[in-house]
Design a protein around this ligand. Sequence first.
Ligand code: TRP
Length: 457
Amino acid sequence: MADSGAARRQSLHGQWSSRLGFILAVSGSAVGLGNIWRFPYVAGENGGGAFVLVYLLCVFGVGLPIMMSEILMGRRGRRNPVATMRLLGEEEAGHAQWQWVGGMGVCGGFLILSFYSVIAGWAVAYIFEGGSGVFRNADAAVVNGVFASLTTSPLISGAWHTAFMAGTIFVVARGVERGLESAVRVLMPALIGLMLVLLGYSMMAGSFAEGVTFLFEPRFDELTPAAMLEALGQAFFTLSVGMGAIMAYGAYLPEEASITSTAVAVVIADTAIAMLSALVIFPIVFANGLDPASGPGLVFQSLPLAFGQMPGGEIIAVIFFLLLTFAAWTSAISLMEPAVAWFMETLEFGRVQAAVTVGGIIWGLGLLSVLSFGPWSQFRFGNGTIFDNIEYLANNVILPLGGLAIVIFAGWIMARISTADEIDPKCGRAYKLWRVGARFVAPVAVVLVLLNALGLF
Ligand code: TRP
């Protein structure tokens, strides 16, 4: 029987305690800086409405089928993404070359976490800035000054980056199952609760109608091919798909858990938080005459204005940036896990040694991003600073190509019986929908967006 080997295969590093544990771990990976920091600023840079529409189409039409593919492949292979793709490639296609897709993903994880940790370091720094009272009744000039003095100083920004990486290495070295589930279980609802409070503030004190119009009224003339690629890249980034992070987590998923309902729940929660974040930020941006297209500083330059005007704003700011730090932390862990699992399984490193090695390399790479917000900010090529180029390469090239390969493998290379065995042996409606998504919708959409961005039609 084609599925007997897979059914008996055991994960090499333990399992999630339950389906809920897995949902929490995957949502912990998905919800992070991508929702709260990146979505608003990229939407702002790309003109709002039409970008948001394409983004939503990409999340549900492309991201969801890929997430399901990653989970099913991960659970079937039960190894790190490189070894899983090699094993499944041998089983389903008769050769090992699919391992290179896993390898590209592992490299993508290094790149993404290198800049992710720098931004997360800013969030850590803002826990202290927020509590210090500097934002009390501050105007945009004061808030911008705080942001600039943090980000342009390689020493300060580098120190927070170091602290964040150290925290990430610490958790990964202990093993991802331990602590992660309970952390997400408490912190995710807290984050959503606080975002709702902030939404209340934005509705009362911000230019709420203007924010809503900006986000949801499509102006299709602003929808350039480059903006569509940004929307696709953001969809991959926010769902953590395209590099094998979800595949690595799927390897620890118990046999009986439903892949479909897990993925749907995570995608909906992730999208809700991104929308919430944008609905909080843009009314503040417009009410204060800020530029929605100001780039990666947007969250750090808009929210403090609101905190400065609220009663108890210091406490709210501290809690907000604390929760943002935790959200980034649970994502960072998932960015490291594929590489760490690879070092353990292939080079036979211990978990601690693997975490320290991988984390150390990523930390070093991150210094490039640190410098590119400071002394090297004038050094520009390709898409801008070094940070801009690393981000572009990872999000707009590696993730879409990786996701495309994953979904083609799951949809076209794997036998129907193998994928059905994981998703639904009875091949019900959810399975059929997934298969249409994986075989047609997702690959066609990714190819069209990529060709379009290359100017090929
Ligand atoms: N999705 C996370 C966020 O929105 C970032 C992230 C975690 C990620 N793991 C990933 C992005 C894997 C791409 C691939 O903050």
